[in-house]
Design a binder for this molecule. Structure first.
Ligand SMILES: Nc1nc2c(c(=O)[nH]1)N[C@H]1C(S)=C(S)[C@@H](COP(=O)(O)O)O[C@H]1N2
Ligand SMILES: [Mo]
Length: 241
């Protein structure tokens, strides 16, 4: 909420249009690293000429890229944010941000790895273990998977129940030892440490326990559902950066 960067509006649109037009899925994953470099040099040169501060949102301190498939995303804060846990559970509930902050927090420091090739080493994430929220909700015996939805109105993700119960899967409230910024999916995003970063859904608003895996946004467009870093998306032999 406090990021105060109105210029953010411009960037997701360009990103979405480019990704949509060039079609990551259609080109295939093998082409993605090249595509990513092309996008970055395009956006980078545009940013160099932009006096408004767009540069600050491009590959920047720490090497992060800002990704959104939605053209604009509403901002949520400690008052307006809600996270719903529902589906095949005995005790569905909705959490506020203060309620999530009051639960035990886990801090993990791992490399962030996007499937298109960029990597940010040793990035701290902190939040509530997803397994704790699932245990509190009481997952029913027929459940096999989780569907994640986002308040950008567009993105979705999935995990199997076994993956979701791993200790390195968080409902993250903090990144790099700061509250998650809006640009990085704040106030709350999913953080799936062992998988490519597209699994880490930003602007998380819904956790629905389901019978079967429902492919998420990028998974409907050709990316692997089981997105283990180094063992998926045909990238086992590819360099990682
Ligand atoms: N809601 C939402 N979550 C998302 C995305 C998105 O477009 N929308 N992009 C994914 C991809 S492909 C990556 S690499 C990371 C980027 O996170 P960042 O913007 O914090 O760097 O978010 C993932 N989660
Ligand atoms: Mo990504």
């Amino acid at each position: 909420m406090n990021s105060g960067q109105p210029e953010q509006e411009g960037r997701p649109i360009g990103r979405r249009v480019l990704l949509g037009t060039l079609g990551l899925g259609a080109l295939g994953v093998a082409a993605a690293p090249t595509l990513q470099r092309g996008l970055e040099s395009f956006l980078g040169s545009a940013a160099d000429k932009d006096p408004t501060g767009l540069t600050g949102l491009l590959p920047n301190g720490g090497g992060f890229r800002y990704y959104s498939v939605a053209a604009s995303v509403p901002k949520k804060n400690a008052t307006t944010y809600r996270l719903t846990v529902d589906g095949l559970v005995d005790r569905p509930r909705t959490y506020t941000l203060p309620e999530l902050r009051a639960l035990p927090q886990t801090r993990l420091v791992r490399d962030v790895q996007c499937v298109t090739g960029w990597r940010v080493p040793d990035t701290p994430f902190e939040g509530v273990r997803l397994s704790a929220l699932l245990d509190a909700a009481g997952v029913r015996p027929t459940a096999r998977a989780i569907r994640f939805t986002c308040f950008d109105g567009t993105y979705s993700e999935s995990l199997t129940l076994d993956q979701a119960r791993r200790a390195d899967v968080l409902v993250a409230l903090r990144m790099r030892d700061e509250d998650l910024s809006h640009a990085h999916g704040g106030p709350v995003r999913l953080y799936v440490a062992p998988m490519y970063f597209y699994k880490s859904a930003k602007w998380l608003s819904g956790i629905t326990v389901t019978e079967d895996v429902r492919p998420g946004y990028w998974e409907e467009r050709g990316y692997d559902i089981d997105a283990w870093v180094g063992r998926s998306n045909g990238r086992d032999d590819e360099p990682t950066s």
